[in-house]
Write a protein that binds this ligand. Structure first.
Ligand code: SF4
Length: 409
């Protein structure tokens, strides 16, 4: 049952499909020389058309220490993550994404998010396997019902690449029976939504739903869209960053049948904004899909307002609106990624007023224990005095706003 829903790289067919690759031959010819060198050296049997094929990228993903060692000069810290029982979250990196940090040092931001380190084996204060208590809000196996009018629909446990800080560490890429999302669990999830008329918003997540093949995506979207009270459908995905080749004309033709459809795209660092990613986002935006980004604040990766400002500016240029900046969830083995909350607030204070409002996301903490997303903001209200409220602007200047009707005395 599992294999008819889950995309596994061993059973990905490599047939040529009309509309099944991201770009034209003309675009392929523009491959930068560093990227061509990477493919020639490590995938000598392949050609540019393969590199633009998402199934080739998936099938040839880097998944173990041997493959990592062939491509990267690993440090002792990285190698030791594989020792003893090893890390619990599997490794998976598409050749495309690996080419973005090939030849880069140990402290490269993208490398840190993909290659495990020894720190991942340490469970620190406040961490848990399921920090958001999703497993306690699961009325049927693939539904998380935390908020009154919307649900999370977990469509697959598979991702194009596995992020080392993943909140769903416990289920993505794992082989646990309770987290196998298949035709049976889809049916149960859809029936649950059908029988709860208060659900007006369904967020398809996982794993990464866009790693499912076109047929399965079409089936899932058509079944959800057929439920009269489901007003909007959202898809959460990191595919445009790690496997942009997946955004094919054929996929676009499917997605645009199911409006209103929104997408939350997971981006971490400005180095992810490449010509391939830009093209993928253009195709999605041209199909009328509103695109928002979700970014996890990560130590040594993007915890610097210059880096985030650069990322947000680049995202706006490819028509993606920064949506959420997440404080990193306390999932087991993630302490080396987490930053103090104060640092997040300082970053927000350096964004608001210093760049376009569209480039400023909402900074949130997803409350441990299942409290949901709680926005946190630097303090801008200085207090009040009789008929005025005192406000501090981005330059730390204080202004009075007349507010006599809200006198507290
Ligand atoms: S893409 Fe999302 S679900 Fe998959 S490993 Fe990364 S953070 Fe987790």
């Amino acid at each position: 049952m599992r294999r008819d829903i889950i995309l596994d790289d061993d059973d990905v067919p490599l047939e040529e499909e009309p509309g099944g690759s991201q770009t034209s031959e003309e675009d392929v010819a523009k491959q930068p020389s560093a990227v061509s060198f990477f493919y020639k050296r490590f995938f000598p049997e392949s050609g540019p058309a393969d590199h633009q094929n998402w199934k080739w990228q998936t099938r040839n993903s880097i998944k173990d220490l041997k493959q990592l060692t062939e491509i990267f000069t690993l440090t002792e810290d990285e190698v030791s993550a594989f020792s003893n029982s090893g890390v619990s979250l599997p490794v998976r990196i598409t050749p495309y994404y690996a080419s973005l940090f090939y030849g880069k040092e140990y402290d490269n931001p993208l490398r840190k998010t993909m290659i495990p380190r020894k720190d991942e084996l340490i469970v620190s204060f406040g961490e848990s396997g399921d920090p958001l208590c999703e497993d306690h809000m699961t009325p049927v196996p693939n539904i998380v019902h935390r908020y009154p009018d919307r649900v999370l629909f977990l469509a697959t446990e598979f991702c194009g690449a596995y992020c080392r800080y993943c909140t769903r560490h416990r289920l993505v890429g794992q082989d646990h029976d309770e987290f196998r999302f298949n035709a049976l669990s889809w049916d149960l999830g859809i029936k649950y939504i059908e029988s709860h008329s208060e659900i007006r918003d369904v967020i398809i997540s996982g794993g990464d739903p866009l790693t499912l093949d076109d047929f399965k995506i079409n089936i899932l979207l058509s079944r959800l869209r057929a439920i009269p009270h489901v007003e909007i459908i959202r898809i959460g995905t990191k595919v445009p960053a790690v496997l942009p080749q997946r955004i094919t004309p054929r996929l676009i033709d499917i997605l645009k049948k199911y409006h209103p459809l929104f997408m939350s795209l997971h981006f971490t660092h400005p180095d992810e904004i490449t010509p391939e990613t830009s093209l993928a986002c253009k195709q999605l935006a041209d199909a009328g899909i509103p695109l928002g980004s979700q970014t996890v604040l990560l130590k040594g990766i993007n915890n610097d307002y210059h880096v985030l400002k650069d990322l947000y500016h680049k995202l706006l240029k490819i028509r993606v609106r920064p949506y959420y900046l997440y404080q990193c969830d306390p999932v087991e083995g993630s302490a080396h990624f987490r930053t103090p909350v104060k640092e997040g607030l300082d970053i927000m204070a350096h964004l608001r007023g210093f760049t376009s409002g569209y480039a400023v996301p909402t900074y949130v903490i997803d409350a441990p224990g299942g409290g949901g997303k709680i926005p946190i903001l630097p303090e801008y209200v200085e207090g009040r005095d009789n008929d005025y409220v005192y406000l501090r602007n981005f330059e730390k200047k204080v202004f009075k706003y007349p507010d006599p009707s809200h006198k507290t005395d």
